[in-house]
Design a protein around this ligand. Structure first.
Ligand SMILES: Cc1ncc(COP(=O)(O)O)c(C=O)c1O
Length: 457
């Protein structure tokens, strides 16, 4: 047998010598780190430019100090609270600071934790709702077979939650003229098996806030008649770090006694690097004891509640850095600039084509985003999908997508403005936008029916 066969040296290994990286086989030899670093880095050039990705809510501009902190923390496993007690302490401080930001009545005793993002945080918030409902039902000797959850049009993490935890989702469908939950639609779906209601502060599809206070008031009235006390969990993935700074008078948080828990993404408008989310409960009693695992690494009891175990600690440290470095004033400054840029883009884009702005980045009503559709009856000779494709030629990711049930026929396009999407960058985008529309006007599409694509970010 040839030595190369015995050692399982494949043709790809030889190719690798002349420059190609292995794709499927596990390489036999070790390589020069500098050469491989360069080759891997080169491959990454083919990824999109994240700063031009106006589809994502996540942070794509990170301060140099945060880069340094991440490097300092690269060895820190946040679950190992014995080895890294200061990282654990910093996580705890962040939870209390968020409880304070969200007007918890019990800041010092508030409970919560970091997560990898809002999806994990939503799972934890949803599990607490299910557990609390089940405890009450069991105590009353009632069936626990058919829990349901009421939401407006939600991000996919809630679809995952209900499937993984065997819960019926009562997702309020959109209707013409109503793209969000309304108090009446919520109440019409409530019964004794409802584990909770989840309004979204910054609906994924158009960026608007759902009416948390109006829903809480309606649930108060409903309780008087039905004796059913239905809690609210707010999915504040984006809005949790926006409303406190830019719409402080909006009541959506723990000021409303019915709001028992809130999730948010640190890596969105919390300005932390990717991999950081939070969930906080109103009061200790809102988090069922048997969901908490106590570890005694520190000599005392360290409660943990998470789906993951090992996880990088750097994101939490960077989040704390942001809280202290920016404070309320700094966050307000950063986010106000984003709102102004969103409103500027909304005004300019509305003037460019046959577009109807569905949301224009008003801070009292939603996140720094804009969302539009084609005006009724407009026949511009191109679709929003084609416009998205033309903009992609210039590197811009500005997705066009169809809305969920019952507005599947409505196609919208959306821009998310976040730190790093400066007014200058927005002006360059407008130049490319005009170019794209001029091209599409000159070369109208032959497509008769717009195709529809769903979108989940
Ligand atoms: C309203 C809402 N909830 C949850 C999520 C999921 O968040 P993450 O990506 O942090 O898991 C998103 C993401 O865009 C969102 O917009």
């Amino acid at each position: 047998m040839a030595l190369s066969t015995a050692l399982n040296i494949s043709h790809n290994d030889e190719l690798f010598e002349s420059g190609a990286l292995p794709k499927n086989h596990f390489p036999r030899q070790e390589r020069d780190p500098r050469r491989i670093y360069q080759a891997v880095r080169d491959e990454l050039l083919l990824d999109g430019n994240s700063r031009q990705n106006l589809a994502t809510f996540c942070q794509t501009w990170i301060e140099p100090e945060v880069h340094r902190l991440l490097d300092d923390c690269i060895d820190k496993n946040m679950i190992d609270k014995d080895e890294y007690p200061q990282t654990a302490e910093i996580e705890n401080r962040c939870v209390h600071m968020l409880a304070n930001l969200w007007n918890s009545p019990e800041v010092a005793g508030s409970v919560g934790c970091s997560t990898t993002g809002s999806s994990e945080a939503a799972m934890l918030g949803g599990m607490a709702l299910k557990w609390r409902w089940r405890e009450k039902r069991r105590a009353a000797g009632k069936s626990v077979d058919r829990p349901n959850l009421i939401t407006g049009p939600v991000q996919i993490c809630w679809h995952k939650f209900v499937r993984y935890w065997d819960i019926e989702l009562r997702e309020i469908p959109m209707e013409a003229g109503r793209l969000h939950m309304s108090p009446a639609e919520v109440i019409a779906r409530c019964d004794e098996n409802t584990i909770g209601v989840v309004p979204t502060l910054g609906v994924t599809f158009d960026g608007r806030y759902e009416p948390v206070k109006a829903v809480a008031d309606a649930l108060d009235k409903f309780q008087k008649k039905s004796k059913l006390d239905i809690p609210i969990h707010v999915d504040a993935a984006s809005g949790g770090f926006l409303a406190p700074f830019c719409a402080p008078e909006l009541e959506w948080d723990f000021r409303l006694p019915r709001v028992k828990s809130i999730n948010t993404s640190g890596h969105k408008y919390g300005l932390a690097p990717l991999g950081c989310g939070w969930v906080v409960w109103r009061e200790r009693k809102d988090l069922p004891e048997d969901l908490i695992f106590n570890v005694n690494y520190l000599g005392g009891n360290m409660p943990t509640f998470a789906l993951n175990f090992s996880r990088p600690g750097g994101q939490i440290v960077a989040q704390y850095y942001n809280f202290v470095r920016l404070g309320r004033e700094g966050y307000a400054k950063v986010h106000t600039a984003c709102y102004e840029t969103a409103q500027y883009l909304a005004k300019e884009i509305a003037a460019l084509g046959p577009f109807e702005m569905l949301f224009n980045g008003n801070p009292a009503e939603g996140i720094p985003a804009l969302c539009w559709t084609m005006k009724k009856g407009a026949k511009p000779g191109y679709t929003l999908y084609e416009l998205a494709d033309r903009l992609a030629l210039r590197g811009w990711q500005i997705p066009a997508y169809s809305l969920p049930a019952n507005q599947e026929k409505m196609v919208v396009q959306r821009i998310i403005v976040r730190l790093g999407v400066s007014r200058d960058l927005a002006s360059h985008l407008l130049v490319h936008f005009k170019e794209a529309i001029a091209h599409l006007n000159k070369h109208p599409s032959e497509r008769q029916q717009p195709e529809t694509k769903a979108f989940h970010h």
